[in-house]
Design a protein around this ligand. Structure first.
Ligand SMILES: [Zn+2]
Length: 308
């Protein structure tokens, strides 16, 4: 990616990332995960982008700073000891979800549920009784819940009943407008999702991990890497669970249920090559809308995208 010219107001992306990491992915004063980049010395004075001279402020604290209500010393102190790094998690942020119908799209899979009274839930994907993404529908309230884990099974991002609570641990979290991207490393996207309030979440791509189960989400398919279960073009309406992987105690019908999954698969890139070769060759007619069941590895040199 090209860096902006030195005199441009646009902060080069690598510098933005460095600032986000240093500031714990939130306003250094209050921790809110929605923020702007602030030149501590004032852009007009310096006309340069140096990571150490840039900090993160939420809209309110940015306005207070611009209006002179927030002293520079306070911002500098917070910049030296950012709220989120001190707390370990970011300040909760309320997502505005509501209504009596909700939708989650993962790749080419769509899950839709209408409120059918007390206890209506929709969990598009759940591993070992942990919903990775889910909605609770209750009298016009739509409560989004998300639990995302890294490869060491640490929870890196949670949405608890519409409250976005980030952990400050991952390599990079970037919330731009409604789009949230979490990276485990350079060009290693763990999840790329879009919040579409009032009632929709899009998981554009991802590598969902939990207890040694790995689910790869691509625009055209969802792949359970462990057993090479490949799912494409699935529409599920009014079903409590979409993909129910591993043992679950509670009741609730599932569109796709899998038990006895081998844990901690090998690197997912071979499985993804296999999936892409399957889908480019023999998917057509009758297999569309269903599951291409687990099968043997096949050599393929198809280019995989940047995600492992
Ligand atoms: Zn703030």
């Amino acid at each position: 990616m090209s860096e902006a010219a030195p005199t441009s107001r646009n902060i080069p992306l690598p510098i933005q990332r460095e600032v986000r990491q240093r500031c714990g992915f939130g306003c250094v004063i209050c921790g809110l995960p929605l923020y702007e980049y602030e030149h501590l010395l004032g852009w007009a004075n310096v006309h340069r982008h140096v990571a150490e001279e840039i900090t993160l402020l939420c809209d309110q604290h940015h306005r207070e700073r611009t209006g002179g209500l927030l002293p520079i010393e306070t911002v500098q102190n917070a910049n030296n000891d950012p709220c989120n790094l001190r707390e370990g998690v970011s300040k909760p942020y309320d997502l505005h979800y509501s209504g009596d119908e909700c939708e989650v799209r993962m790749g080419s899979l769509t899950f839709t549920t209408s409120d059918a009274g007390y206890g209506t839930i929709m969990v598009p994907i759940s591993v070992d009784d942990t919903p990775l993404v889910g909605f609770i529908l209750s009298e016009g309230h739509l409560l989004l819940n998300v639990n995302l884990f890294d490869e060491f099974n640490n929870c890196i991002l949670r949405v608890v009943n519409n409250q976005l609570v980030q952990s400050a641990e991952p390599w990079d979290i970037q919330l731009t407008g409604r789009n949230l991207v979490i990276r485990a490393g350079h060009r290693d996207i763990l999840v790329d999702l879009t919040f579409e309030p009032p009632n929709r979440v899009l998981i554009n791509r991802g590598r969902l991990l939990r207890n040694g189960v790995e689910i790869v989400i691509r625009p055209s398919y969802v792949l359970v890497v462990n057993n090479r279960a490949l799912i494409q073009d699935l529409t599920v309406i009014n079903c409590a669970y979409g993909l129910k992987l591993g043992p679950h105690r509670g009741p609730g019908g599932a569109a796709v249920a899998m038990d006895g999954i081998n844990r901690y698969p090998e690197d997912s890139s071979d499985a993804m090559k296999w999936a892409e070769s399957k889908l480019s060759k023999d998917v057509p007619e009758q297999a569309l809308g269903g599951i291409v069941s687990p099968g043997p590895a096949e050599g393929s040199t198809e280019a995989t995208e940047q995600m492992r």
